[in-house]
Design a protein. Structure first.
Length: 396
């Protein structure tokens, strides 16, 4: 096996919370040397469901900030900013999700960083971008969901408000898009020797996740006539739980009917008319539901697989820790921590055959690697001690 493909690439992580750190996590998994610079108070994600006996570590932080050296600088102080300038000059990629305008106030906007390092790929993540009526506003995943139609208004009330996704879907999708753009910018740099600015936003991620259907033919006022009934693409209660059925294509819907003892159902009126299946979806559900409720989830999982119908049990997230398929496909990994022992976390889920990524270590204590990074910059020990004594730098 070769070394991971981004070995030798230096990434300067000036991000916090989730979208930025997940972006640099993916780069670190692929071998990049990621230096995460935090303020003295630490990244807020350190304290989200903090681990007992670990004042600055949470399980969320340990995963999102794995494979990163932890450095702490007080960027309100000029000596700390001077250190950061030295890091910018030596880095290939910089990632920030500070609110638009904040990096510029600190002296680390795109123009300032490009002057220090013309080859730098500068990735700025934000809630809404920098332009337009919302440009520059702070925001989180929920706002992207609200604006992009992920929280349908149908059926809502005072007692039942619009519901968001159970996972921060835009905060986890945005890093994948950002990494794609960063890789493209690095590829372009290989041709031109020039870096460039990469902009991506939570709202942009939400729009991208709508790419399957967010299209309008301006000359046609309606979206078209629906022809696919959700009765074939939903979760059903079983004797002991739930099974998700995804009979999306016509041939799969026919197989589902056969597996439920209703072979030929879709060849007879009214179900031979796909528009009728949509209009009378509740009737189809009422046909299927009692049959599916008659067996266990495991029985249906096996029966539907044998019938060629895509299906899977509906489980809680933490059930993945014991899922045979997740382990067989290498989606989870055991990682050792000097203080906590064995951790189980998501592995680099996209694998390269010759140079796969790896988890080298989990997220570290605040400032754990500050002195090491300062030493690599060539600062004398006395100067390092002075930075720490003045509060411009912090060592964990």
């Amino acid at each position: 096996m070769s070394a991971p493909p981004l070995t030798g690439l230096r990434v300067l992580d000036l991000s916090h919370n989730l979208a930025g750190p997940l972006t640099t996590m993916h780069l670190g998994d692929l071998g990049a040397d990621v230096i995460k610079v935090e303020r003295p108070a630490g990244d807020e994600w350190r304290f989200h469901e903090r681990l007992p006996g670990q004042p600055d570590r949470s399980r969320h932080h340990m995963q999102a900030n794995r494979n990163k050296r932890a450095m702490c600088l007080d960027l309100t102080m000029e000596p700390a900013r001077e250190v950061l300038r030295a890091l910018v000059a030596r880095s290939d990629v910089l990632v920030t999700n500070m609110r638009p305008g904040v990096p510029e106030k600190l002296g680390f906007g795109w123009e300032e960083c490009r002057a220090l390092n013309p080859g730098l790929v500068y990735c700025a993540l934000s809630a809404f971008g920098t332009q337009g009526p919302r440009g520059g506003r702070p925001g989180y995943d929920l706002l992207g969901e609200a604006l992009a139609g992920f929280m349908p208004l149908a059926g809502t009330s005072e007692e039942r408000p619009p519901a968001s996704s159970p996972i921060p879907i835009n905060d986890t999708a945005l890093p994948l898009l950002a990494c794609t753009a960063i890789m493209a910018a690095l590829l372009e740099r290989g041709r031109t020797r020039r870096g460039q600015r990469v902009d991506a936003s939570i709202l942009g991620a939400a729009v991208a996740l709508n790419a399957h259907s967010l299209v309008r033919v301006e000359s046609v006022p309606a979206h078209g006539t629906p022809t696919f009934s959700r009765a074939f693409y939903r979760a059903y209660r079983t004797r002991d739980g739930w099974i998700a059925v995804a009979a999306y294509a016509e041939r799969l819907a026919a197989r589902l009917c056969a597996a439920l003892g209703m072979e030929g159902l879709l060849e007879r009126a009214p179900w031979d008319d796909r528009a009728e299946r949509v209009a009378r979806e509740a009737e189809l559900v009422a046909l299927f539901a009692p049959v599916l409720a008659g067996r266990t989830t495991a029985e249906w999982d096996d029966l539907l697989a044998a019938a060629g119908v895509p299906a899977a049990p509906v489980r809680e997230r933490d059930d993945l820790f014991d899922d045979e398929q997740a382990w067989a496909d290498g989606l989870l990994e055991h990682v050792e921590d000097a203080e906590l022992g064995t951790l189980t976390m998501t592995a680099p889920v996209v694998r390269l055959s010759d140079s796969p990524g790896a988890i080298r270590f989990p997220g570290r204590h605040l400032g754990a690697d500050t002195r090491e990074v300062l030493d690599e910059l060539g600062l004398p020990e006395a100067e390092i001690d002075a930075l720490i004594s003045a509060g411009a730098a912090y060592c964990g």
